[in-house]
Design a binder for this molecule. Structure first.
Ligand code: AMP
Length: 177
């Protein structure tokens, strides 16, 4: 484990039984409160992705906006938000997917991605991969090419990485459990 991964793991707060019994929620808000650690996270993400010739970074609402946007600024590429249904004002593509209980729907503006552009999908945490797959489907509808997936935290025991392989085998996480 490198030093940054250690710092991330020390800072993350585990909240048992949130939002429902049996889930240990990985609270990343302490990472946001630590200015130096937050900057190190952006720098480390940028170092990993800088040679991938990305055209755009897509961040998933809402915790994917935090370092997704700072990474985009750092790499000097546009940032595009994927939002929950009903939040985006202009014409959007939608994708509905199943959650453990019920379903979720996410959207992207139809004009946000230029056809053929290389897209990095970023979120705070990879669990089962369902959310990142939903984002991938939206990027495909937009004509983008998925260059890879970026996360701060990966819960590897849930097998999300293998499910993402069908879209891109470039999956990077700064810390793994
Ligand atoms: P999944 O679609 O199962 O990969 O879940 C990933 C999404 O749900 C991300 O947007 C995470 O923010 C959130 N999430 C899932 N499980 C957790 C967890 N244990 N702690 C914090 N966030 C989680």
């Amino acid at each position: 484990m490198n030093n940054l991964e250690l710092q991330i793991k020390e800072a993350i707060r585990d909240v048992p039984d949130f939002p429902k019994p049996g889930i240990v929620f990985k609270d990343i808000t302490p990472l946001l409160s630590d200015v130096q650690l937050s900057k190190s996270i952006t720098h480390s993400l940028a170092e990993f992705w800088q040679s991938s010739n990305l055209d755009v970074i897509v961040g998933i609402e809402s915790r994917g906006f935090m370092w997704g946007h700072s990474l985009a600024q750092h790499l000097e590429v546009p940032f595009v938000p994927i939002r929950k249904k009903g939040k985006l004002p202009a014409d959007s593509y939608s994708f509905e997917y199943d959650l453990e209980y019920g379903s979720a729907e996410i959207e992207i503006h139809k004009d946000a991605i230029i056809g053929g552009h290389k897209v990095l999908i970023h979120d705070d945490l990879l669990a089962t991969g369902g959310t990142a797959i939903g984002a991938s489907e939206l990027v495909k509808m937009s004509g983008g090419e998925i260059a890879g997936f970026s996360f701060i935290v990966e819960l590897s025991f849930l097998g999300g990485r293998a499910r993402l392989d069908g879209y891109s085998n470039q999956t990077h996480a700064l810390s793994t459990y």
